[in-house]
Design a protein around this ligand. Structure first.
Ligand SMILES: NC(=O)C1=CN([C@@H]2O[C@H](COP(=O)(O)OP(=O)(O)OC[C@H]3O[C@@H](n4cnc5c(N)ncnc54)[C@H](OP(=O)(O)O)[C@@H]3O)[C@@H](O)[C@H]2O)C=CC1
Ligand SMILES: CC(C)(CO)C(=O)C(=O)O
Length: 296
């Protein structure tokens, strides 16, 4: 088997994790691209501390045509990343999109054919610690739509280190992840608290009320989220380590724009489009837009 040329765009929390995961397969040759050059990142996975050397290009340059480009940037980064897409996506390059939100293919359709783009959902909380490392909270789970292109992507990974699930109903899986990220993320970001807050009843009740609103919008959009979802999520947040953060809280802490449009924002918008009332989510979405002055 020949080596595969794989590019990873956006070497932050998820990009670093994917660099590690894809680097475990010695048939992969990795090319790293990001806004800021760093020479190394430390990943804490279970009790192991892994120092990952990084060779990042911060300006697009044409390496060999990539077989895969893995995009690990946030929705609001896309408008500043067009030069990367133009340069890195060749006629035969397959693109894996990893980010929270919906309609992951949309912004990339002008660069390649729809059949070359693979959407994904990642359940892999990764957070920056006081010891300057990314801590991976549990074994990463990657959810992919059942398809040939997804199967071919999964062969690049070592499934001892990442759990891969193929789903028929990707829309439902996307809404399930969005609901968790928007409900948990907004509560943590607005309170400035980590998951320890969920040992209290009132924040848990707010989390449930938010999920109830979000599920109504998801159902109006055609997702088939079942009744067992909410108790499952409550169990999940209660089981998170008390110091578990979220990507919106980390961005707020660092004074960076938060991902409000891709999370609570899109839910409010779709709620309006479908005539579904989402008063709690709308209030939180409004407050979130004011969290970071660069967002308004
Ligand atoms: N972190 C988490 O636990 C989880 C995150 N997600 C989702 O994954 C996605 C990625 O999140 P995450 O990895 O946390 O984000 P990060 O902010 O940690 O990483 C994004 C990276 O992209 C780089 N970048 C931003 N804009 C550009 C650009 N124009 N050109 C090149 N590089 C750019 C950033 O550079 P710089 O270093 O200069 O900022 C940063 O290194 C999000 O949608 C998030 O919601 C999903 C599950 C869990
Ligand atoms: C689900 C959650 C909150 C896990 O960290 C997430 O996806 C995020 O932080 O963006």
């Amino acid at each position: 088997m020949g080596t595969k040329q794989i590019g990873i765009l956006g070497i932050g929390a998820i990009g670093s994790l994917m660099t590690y995961q894809l680097g475990l397969n010695k048939n992969n040759t990795l090319f790293l691209y990001s806004r800021t050059k760093r020479e190394q990142v430390d990943l804490k996975i279970k009790s192991d501390l892994i120092s990952l050397p990084l060779n990042i290009s911060s300006h697009p340059k044409k390496d060999q045509e990539l077989e895969w480009l893995i995009i690990c940037i946030k929705e609001h980064h896309y408008k500043y990343a067009k030069h990367w897409f133009k340069k890195l996506i060749g006629p035969n390059t397959k693109v894996l999109v990893i980010r929270n939100g919906l309609n992951l293919k949309g912004p990339l359709l002008r660069y390649t054919h729809e059949s070359h783009i693979l959407e994904s959902i990642i359940d892999a909380p990764v957070q920056w610690t006081d010891s300057n490392e990314y801590e991976v909270i549990h074994t990463p789970k990657l959810i992919l739509p059942r398809s040939k292109v997804a199967t071919s992507f999964s062969r690049l990974l070592n499934e001892e280190h990442i759990q891969i699930t193929f789903v028929q109903d990707f829309k439902t899986a996307s809404w399930e992840k969005l609901a968790e990220a928007a409900a948990l993320g907004s509560i943590l970001c607005l309170t400035g608290e980590t998951c320890r807050i969920f040992k209290y009843k009132k924040p848990r009740k707010l989390f449930v009320q938010l999920l109830q609103e979000i599920i109504k919008v998801a159902q109006a959009d055609g997702a088939a989220i079942d009744l067992g979802y909410i108790p499952e999520m409550v169990k999940k947040i209660k089981a998170y380590p008390p110091d578990k953060s979220s990507s919106m809280l980390m961005d707020k802490t660092w004074g960076r724009p938060i991902e409000v449009n891709a999370k609570n924002g899109i839910i409010s918008k779709l709620g309006k489009d479908y005539g579904v009332q989402t008063p709690i989510n709308d209030t939180l979405a409004t407050l979130l837009t004011f969290v970071n002055h660069r967002n308004f």
